[in-house]
Structures are given as C-alpha cells and as structure tokens.
Design a protein around this ligand. Structure first.
Ligand code: M6R
Length: 617
C-alpha cells in the first residue's frame, strides 16, 4: 500500500527524476491514485505532485524535467484524505526544506497535528503523514542534526511507517526509517543508493540489497549505507544480500514475447514456477511437516487469495493424515481466538509477507501464547519471515499484477508437498502409494502447460459471458478453494460483475433464489468423491435456467453434457492425478477471469480501489 522510490547518486549526468519516476511506475501496483516527486536542487526542495496515474501526470515530462541530485517519489493508495494533489506525497515542512514520503498509518496523528498547529505549524493536507516534516523541522530548530531529529520524530509517532526524508541543506545523504511497513535498500556500491517499498522497483538497476528491520533508521549516502537502531542510536552491521529474482521479472516480457498485462505474463509463468516450487529444500518441507505433527492444535491464516490457498492446503494436509487444521481469516484471527491453546502452530500464507492483518495474527499468537509460526511467503526478507519459526519461500518471483495468481499456484503446490511429507512420516499409507501421489503432484507443471494450449477456448467462454453481471462459482470439498478463488478473481479485475464462491450443497439454502434464465453458474467439477453429488446441484441450477459453465476433467462425460460451456482440464484418469488437481482447476479460473477483464477493457493489473500489499489493518 503506497509505493516509495528514492535515489541518491554520485554519478554525474544521471536523469534522477526520470529514474525515480520509472521506479515509481514499477511500484504502481502498490497504489495508483496520485503520485509525487521531491528533488533536492541547489539548496532547495522542488516538489511536484498530483492526482491520477503516473503516466498521465508525467504526460508532458512534468516529472522527468525536474532537476536535482537526489530525491524521493511516492505513489499513493489513499487512507487519510481523498486522492487530490494536496494529499499526495511528498509532504513538506513550513520552510519547505524537508520532504517526507510515508507508507503506513499513524495512529496518534490527530493529537500531534493539533499540538503542532498550536505551535504555529501550517498544515496543507488532510494526511497523517504531514506531521513528520513539521516534527522534524522543530527538532532541527532545537539544534539536532537531521538523523537525531528523525529519530526523535519517529519516537513520537504511534502506528506503522516506512518513511524517506530529504533535507535541502544536507545534500550528501537522505534518511529512511521503518516500523511495520516495508522498506528495502538497493545499492551499487560506491555509486548509487536506492530505497523502495519493494525490491522490484530497483531490480533493473541492482540486485544488491539491504532489508531494513522494524525500528531501524538508515543513512543513505551515494553507494553507501549505514543502519542504526532507533532506540539506542547504535550502529548495526548488516551484510547486503543478492536478490535471486531475475532482472526482467519487473518487465512484461517472457520468452521474448511482450505481454500487454503483467497478469497475463504471470499466468504464463505458472508452469515453470510450479516446477521450481517442487525443487524447494527438503529441510523446509520436513520442518513444516514435523512442526505440524508435533502440535496439539494447528491454525492456518491469511487474507484474500492467500487464504484460499490455505483452504486448499489444509484440505490436502488433513486428507494425507495430518491434523484437522482450523482456518481463520487473518483479519478475524484475534477476535475468534481470545485464547490460543498451548503447543499450537499457526501457519500463515502470504505473497508479500507484509499483509498487516496476517502479521498481526501471527504476532498475537506467537508473542502472547508462544505459538510456533510456519509461514509460506513469496518475498525473501519480508516482515512475515521475521516473525516465523519456519519459512517456505515460494518460487513465484515478483508478482506485479495486483490480482494474485502464480503466487497462489506455488502456495498450494508447496502445501501439497508438506501434506505428502506428513503422509510419509506418519507411515500409515503405503510408501508406494505416497510415491504415486507425489509423481502426480509433480505433473502439475505439465498439466498447466496443457491448459495454456487451450487458452483460446477459455477466452471464447470469457467472451460469451463477458456481458454478465453476476456469477456463482460452486464446488464441493477440496474444490471449494478454487471456486472461492475464481469468484474473487472476477470481482477484483472484472468489476462489472459480482461473483460469489459458494458451497454447492449450500446453494439451495438461499443463493438459488437468484437463478433466472441465463444466470451464469460456474461449477468446479473434478471427478473426485464429490462428483455425483455435484451433478445434483448442476441439475438444480439448470432446472431454473442457469447458464452452466463447468470446469471438468478432459475425460468427463456427465457434467460436460449438462453444461452450456465446458473447460476441460487435462489430467490423467486415476485417483492420484484427480487428488492432486487443485492447482490446475483454480488456474483455469484465473485465466477465465483474466480474459473476462481484458475483453471488458478493464485495467487488469491495477483494479479499482485495490493495492497489492495491504499494509494497513
Ligand atoms: O500479500 P498477501 O498474499 O498476504 O496478500 C493477501 C491478499 O491481499 C491478496 O491475496 C489479495 O486478495 C489479492 N489481490 C488477490 O488477488
């Protein structure tokens, strides 16, 4: 939520403003209602900001033509105050010497703002952020240097922040500080230093990075970084890490083909990303499996798509002999669990590793009740990894489209590997049986490759239903996760339509009242133990005029015969392949949603009102 990108360099003739603007555009998935840049030039701050998308604001090179040797930019997802120019970041102090950008929410900003106003500070925006430059200004007036002033300022602030501070009178460095909001630092040693909310922003420029921890402040010099503890002001040693993601992960090109949307490119990456997932370290899978088996109680939590990956994963774990796992949305976690029993494990799933509600849930369980935390995370070094006892890193690579897809496929694949390891360790299933399930799971990448070959068929179905404004997605058992995920995808990126994922058996207890001639009902129908009962639900919907779209195995006969449109998932006709088909079935629905949105002309990568990482509670 909100993207930050800053840069300080000693290299001459660098188009600083353009580089910052490009970095911000790589972060636009974090927020895209307004944007701004502040540069330090000749002892002054020049600040330009406005509402709208960066490309529109910069249409006549408005950002690119700014002059300055260093500075910072921000792309906003509004929290405090509407998305208008005055609320866009950066925000300045009264003398316009200090520029601050912020990602997060300050809880005590009203009190601070009141006190600052009483002391004569003039506020120009409705934001919580604007208290930062004014507080820093006051501390500098009291004689502190910039670093000390920022430290004293953040000590006054309650809540979450990732901030970058530039001062017109300190041309040699800028400062970043964080608490509960992400901030990463990229470096070309001896030359240029970058700061950003997410690594993809500087990925085309460097792969050498530092991750800032909570309650740390860093001084960014050109090509050099010093990190300090905010509480003690003690210097902290930190080795840089090399980012493993490929440089072109931040571009829309794949195998030499340029895609119109990141989501489309990322959907096409799914087969290879899943194959990489299956090569994850055995020690990580073991740690998860053993921790889960040793626990008295296991919970699983996440938000949005990641939560549906939890549902798919918990189903597999229980099916293969693991304990029953209680799934709870992370935003409901604390309220549903006023106490957590001893020897509990909380599994958490997150693409970003920065979702505020997910982090709050695991911290609550860990810090108050000593629960162990096992998390499945896509971003190395993200906050969630730091609150976890064991981590499985998903191999999706940067997921730029706001609508998650390849991350989901990797998360479910990883959790399925854990499920099979539990089966192995428990020893209740014949070794040969487990091996056959494992072989079927490993086939997932190939199955997804085959699905892509049928993309034109999925697209034609998307076209046929593109005018529809309501959808049901129905399923039973293991496929519930896919139904919920398919419906969420439609809601997110094709906002012309409302879609609801529902348990098929439950649909006659209410939802069926809406069915009229031509009302689209998508059935997720693998030929598993629920298949025959699902036929009954298809018949019920058909009898009332429902337009039946079914996602079935390619050897299916019965449900496809009852359907108006059918998407065939090419799996083998045996129990191993059927049991391991959670990812392929969900994947087809992600592709369907993509094409519906694209046909309807929506901004597929940046859906209205959404941001990629929800770092506010
Ligand atoms: O980064 P996370 O996986 O923790 O994010 C969780 C949800 O915000 C996320 O899955 C969201 O629902 C996506 N936009 C879904 O496509």
């Amino acid at each position: 939520m909100c993207g930050i990108f800053g840069l300080i360099t000693k290299k001459k003739d660098v188009p600083v403003a353009k580089l910052i603007r490009e970095g911000l555009q790589r972060l636009e998935y974090r927020g895209y209602d307004s944007a701004g840049i502040a540069l330090v030039h000749d002892g002054k701050i020049e600040c330009r900001k406005d509402s709208g998308r960066i490309a529109d604001i910069n249409k006549d090179g408005w950002f690119d033509s700014m002059e300055g040797s260093f500075g910072v930019g921000h792309t906003r997802w509004a929290t405090h105050g509407p998305p208008v120019a005055k609320n866009s970041h950066p925000h300045l102090d009264c003398k316009e010497k200090i520029a601050v950008v912020h990602n997060g929410i300050l809880e005590n900003f009203q009190q601070l703002r009141k006190e600052l106003s009483e002391r004569g500070h003039e506020f120009k925006s409705d934001t919580d952020t604007e208290v930062f430059p004014h507080l820093i200004e006051e501390y500098i007036e009291k004689g502190m240097d910039l670093k000390k002033a920022v430290i004293e300022t953040v000590k006054q602030c309650k809540g979450a922040y990732g901030i970058v501070v530039c001062h017109a009178d300190t041309p040699d460095y800028m400062l970043v500080a964080r608490k509960e909001s992400p901030l990463t630092i990229g470096i070309t040693p001896g030359e240029t230093t970058y700061c950003a909310s997410d690594i993809p922003a500087f990925l085309p420029l460097t792969k050498t990075a530092y991750i800032l921890d909570d309650d740390e402040i860093a001084v960014l010099y050109p090509g050099q970084v010093e990190i300090f503890d905010i509480e003690t002001n003690q210097k902290r040693h930190r080795d840089p890490m090399t980012v493993q993601w490929s440089m072109d992960a931040a571009a829309k090109t794949l195998d030499g083909k340029e895609y119109k949307w990141f989501m489309h490119k990322e959907l096409h990456e799914v087969p290879r990303k899943i194959r990489e997932q299956f090569k994850m370290p055995q020690s990580d899978i073991d740690a998860f499996a053993k921790t889960i088996m040793d626990a008295d109680q296991v919970f699983i939590t996440a938000a949005g798509t990641a939560y549906y990956a939890c549902l798919a994963g918990k189903f597999q774990i229980t099916r293969f002999g693991g304990p029953y796992i209680q799934s709870i949305l992370c935003s409901e976690f604390k309220d549903h669990l006023p106490e957590i029993p001893p020897n509990s494990v909380v599994m958490a799933v997150s693409q970003s590793g920065e979702t505020a509600d997910t982090i709050e849930a695991v911290r609550y369980a860990r810090e108050n009740y000593g629960a162990k935390v096992c998390s499945v995370v896509n971003v190395v070094g993200s906050s969630l990894t730091r609150y976890s006892d064991h981590v499985i890193i998903t191999t999706a690579g940067p997921e730029i489209a706001v609508a998650s897809q390849k991350a989901y496929c990797c998360q479910v694949s990883a959790l399925s590997m854990v499920a099979l390891r539990i089966a192995e360790l428990k020893g209740e299933m014949e070794k040969d049986e487990v091996k056959k399930y494992h072989e079927a799971l490993i086939e997932t990448g190939n199955v997804c490759d085959e699905i892509l070959k049928k993309e034109d068929n999925i697209k034609s179905i998307a076209k046929a239903v593109s005018e529809k404004t309501n959808f049901y997605y129905l399923a039973r058992g293991a496929s519930m996760a896919a139904a919920l995920e398919g419906a969420l995808k439609i809601k997110e990126i094709n906002p012309k339509a409302h879609a609801e994922g529902y348990a098929a058996g439950e649909s006659k207890h209410g939802p069926i009242a809406l069915i009229r001639d031509g009302f689209p009902v998508v059935f997720v129908a693998p030929p598993d133990e629920t298949y025959d009962r699902l036929i009954g639900n298809v018949m019920e919907m058909k009898a009332r005029g429902g337009l039946i779209i079914s996602v079935v195995a390619d050897f299916d006969e019965k449900i496809s015969e009852l359907s108006d449109y059918t998407i065939e998932v090419p799996i083998k006709n045996n129990k191993y392949a059927i049991t391991m088909s959670a990812v392929p079935f969900a994947y087809t629905l992600q592709i369907l949603a993509y094409h519906a949105a694209e046909i309807n002309g929506f901004d597929v990568d940046k859906p209205t009102n959404l941001a990629k990482s929800v770092t506010v509670k």
